[in-house]
Design a protein around this ligand. Structure first.
Ligand code: ADP
Length: 237
């Protein structure tokens, strides 16, 4: 059974600005939650609080029943919270396979036992033929696929994804969407920030719309999409 990653009354301030101003999210374990909202509404900051990049000024982060507020990204990764970024953060000078094994080395101090899993994931994202090439030789979209596969290698409870579909070729987007859904079928939870609202609605079980640091609407995606506040704040802009 996987644990859900939850936010309870999170507030995070930069100077005089409350970038996240009291957000509570209680996803079901093993669910896909979509997070939408206009630029500057606090989505990335919330992800950064959820994976420990920022310590919240107020509120708690919970993994299952465990209060993980204030743990570092590394500690949270070890506890089962993975992350991908808008611009993929792969290690370009080393091979695709080395990239895949980095988290296992950091988190478990060993690689043995993860090679099969890494191979299997590379197969699933169509990168198995590139396994021994430097990551710098991959296209931007392929780097996103690699970062995604790497996020799964440690079998996390939850993967936080920031704009996974932005700027990627439709073919790669399709692979990524398919793999997210397949990993979710196997129990991995996702919290996905995306401006590609129709894609996100199609994948998400629960949709949250943020505006000016607050969650202004949440619920079933089709309901949130039609919420007047959401249309005004975001979709109709
Ligand atoms: P979104 O991801 O929804 O576009 P962000 O979380 O990136 O929104 O930003 C929310 C607000 O916080 C914005 O006003 C942004 O300028 C501000 N902000 C984000 N990160 C920082 C930072 N490191 N320092 C100061 N202000 C920041």
């Amino acid at each position: 059974m996987r644990s859900a990653l939850a936010a309870e009354g999170i507030r995070k301030r930069f100077g005089g600005l409350w970038a996240v101003d009291g957000v509570t999210l209680r996803p079901e374990p093993s669910s896909i939650v979509g997070l939408i909202g206009p630029n500057g509404s606090g989505k990335t900051t919330l992800l950064n609080v959820l994976n420990g990049v920022y310590k919240p000024d107020e509120g708690r982060v919970l993994l299952g029943d465990v209060d993980v507020t204030g743990r570092s990204p590394h500690q949270l990764a070890a506890a089962g919270v993975s992350r991908t970024f808008q611009t993929p953060r792969v290690f370009k000078s080393v091979t695709v396979m080395e990239n895949m094994l980095t988290p296992t080395l950091h988190l478990h101090g060993r690689r043995a036992g993860f090679v099969d899993r890494a191979n299997q994931l590379l197969e699933l994202v169509n990168l198995i033929d590139k396994r021994d090439q430097a990551a710098s030789e991959l296209s931007g979209g392929q780097q996103k696929l690699l970062e995604f596969a790497r996020a799964l290698v440690t079998d996390p409870h939850v993967v936080l994804m920031d704009e996974p579909f932005a700027g990627v070729h439709p073919t790669i987007k399709e692979v990524l969407q398919g793999r997210i859904l397949a990993a979710n079928e196997e129990g991995t939870g996702f919290i996905i920030v995306s401006h590609e609202v129709p894609d996100l609605i199609a994948m998400s079980e629960w949709l949250v719309c943020m505006d000016q640091g607050s969650a202004i609407s949440e619920g079933l995606p089709t309901d949130v999409q039609q919420d007047d506040q959401v249309v005004t704040a975001y979709l109709g802009q």
